[in-house]
Design a binder for this molecule. Structure first.
Ligand code: SF4
Length: 185
C-alpha cells in the first residue's frame, strides 16, 4: 500500500451493507496484512467492522448492496449526508444484483412465498411488526436514491479495488482502476 500522502489527521471511512450479502465486505478484508499500515492512516467510523451504529462525518462512505426496503433508503441518505465521497460497492449497489431477482414479482408475492407457501413453512404468518422496515416495491440501485461519486464494479470488487479508492483519497487524486480491478465476475 502506498501511504505517501499520509497525514496526522486520519481519513475517516464508513461502510455498510444494505441489500447485499456481506461478500463485498469480505473482499475488502482480503487486503490481509495491508490493513496494518492502513490503520495508521484511516479510521473506521460506522461499519460492521467496528459495530458503530451511528455515522459521523466521514471522508469516504462505502456502501455494499442496493435498496430493498425503507431502512436501506434512510441509511443511504445518512451516508450521503455525512460522507464527502460516496462509493457504490459491488453489483448489488450498482444495479440491484442478486436481490433484484425478486423484481419480476410483487413485494406481496415475495412475502407470501417466503412466509406462507415456502417449503417447510409451518404456522405460516407474514411478520407485521411496526418496527420492521417496509419492503420497497422493487429492489433498486443505490444511485436511484442518492448521488454516488464512484462505482466499484464486481461481485465482489477485488481487494485491490478497495485499496485503490482509499489510496486515491489519501493522495488527493482520482482513482485509477485497471482492467483487473474492474472485473465483473
Ligand atoms: S456484489 Fe456480490 S459479493 Fe457484493 S453484496 Fe452483492 S452478491 Fe454479495
Amino acid at each position: 500500500m502506498s501511504t505517501d500522502a499520509a497525514s496526522t489527521v486520519k481519513v475517516k471511512v464508513a461502510t455498510c451493507s444494505l441489500a447485499g450479502c456481506f461478500g463485498c465486505h469480505m473482499s475488502f478484508l482480503d487486503i490481509d496484512e495491508r490493513i496494518i499500515p492502513l490503520i495508521d492512516v484511516i479510521q473506521f467510523d460506522r461499519s460492521p467492522l467496528t459495530d458503530i451504529k451511528i455515522i459521523g462525518d466521514c471522508d469516504i462512505g462505502l456502501i455494499e448492496g442496493g435498496l430493498c426496503n425503507e431502512e436501506n433508503v434512510h441509511v443511504a441518505q445518512q451516508f450521503r449526508q455525512h460522507c464527502k465521497i460516496l462509493v457504490a460497492v459491488g453489483a448489488c449497489a450498482i444495479n440491484g444484483g442478486v436481490p433484484a431477482l425478486r423484481n419480476r414479482y410483487s413485494a406481496q408475492e415475495c412475502l407470501e412465498e417466503s412466509y406462507l407457501h415456502g417449503l417447510g413453512v409451518v404456522d405460516a404468518q407474514i411478520p407485521n411488526d411496526a418496527e420492521l422496515p417496509a419492503l420497497l416495491p422493487k429492489v433498486v440501485p443505490l444511485q436511484s436514491a442518492v448521488h454516488v461519486d464512484y462505482f466499484l464494479p464486481g461481485c465482489p470488487p477485488p481487494a485491490d479495488a478497495f485499496m485503490e479508492i482509499i489510496n486515491a483519497v489519501l493522495q488527493k487524486r482520482e482513482p485509477q482502476l485497471d482492467y483487473a480491478t474492474r472485473r465483473f465476475d
